[in-house]
Design a protein around this ligand. Sequence first.
Ligand SMILES: C[S@@+](CC[C@H](N)C(=O)[O-])C[C@H]1O[C@@H](n2cnc3c(N)ncnc32)[C@H](O)[C@@H]1O
Length: 290
Amino acid sequence: MGRSNGLASRQLARDGRTRERNPISHAIDVTRPSGARMYNWLLGGKDNYASDRRACAQLLKLAPSTRDLALTNRLFLKRVVRVLAEKCGVRQFLDHGSGLPTQDNVHQVAQRVDRSARVVYIDNDPTVLAHGRTLLDENDETAVIQADMTDTERIFGDKDVNGLIDFDRPVAALFVSVLHCLTDEEDPAGLVQRVAQRLAPGSFLVICQLTSDDARFRAEATEFMRQSTGRWGRVRERHEVDAFFHEMDVVPPGLMEVSKWLPDTELAPRQRSCEWVEYGGVGQTRQARV
Ligand SMILES: C[S@@+](CC[C@H](N)C(=O)[O-])C[C@H]1O[C@@H](n2cnc3c(N)ncnc32)[C@H](O)[C@@H]1O
């Protein structure tokens, strides 16, 4: 089935506006904190600078649970990729906002299940591209591209993406801990829908983002991240994340704080305090391909 011209031109116009608003930077600015490098520090990584560490120290005063939150989020990412590969037979992954390479990246987890599993990493941070290329140089089944995740036309038109991913077969599109980086104006729900419409029926979307039930905390944390990194979205409420799964079947066990999603053991790590949590789960597309 072909996509209607009206929808296609609306999407092209929106992607064009995104490019104008969010030009990609190819230079690494170590003086300003970056979300990717702050997350790397929270996970215990070494690919970060003094500006990132200073911002993390301030963030931990505002939200002391953030280190636990990052670790439990990363465990969720690994678990969900393993479950999708092992139990659902997924062999292709598009990782939007992949972050800096750390231990057990998506391709390593998926290729432990099947050596031929293919993974494309997408991030707009130039540090991710630099470190990702080094890590992936010897793995023919993976690619890393520097792109704004909202630029769906660019990503789905990319030569490396099309060389690796067969869009006639199911794909898992990952949006793990990234949609809070987008403002409402950048339309995270629209992004998820655009991507879902381009995937083969039966594909999966993994979505979680930062949420809080406390309106004051939501406002403070959003302001802090915007001020620190220069560009950030919003801490949302859980019902707003539920809406991202519109027109998808939610895969059991459902949508929840991610450390509760199919934990490997009763003793799986949990946050010690919960100013904010990563909330989400997995959806499966059912619509005919457009
Ligand atoms: C908290 S990290 C999450 C990393 C990884 N998905 C995980 O869960 O372990 C958020 C990542 O999203 C990236 N990001 C933020 N906004 C983006 C955008 N508009 N396009 C592409 N990547 C983006 C950041 O650079 C960062 O690497």
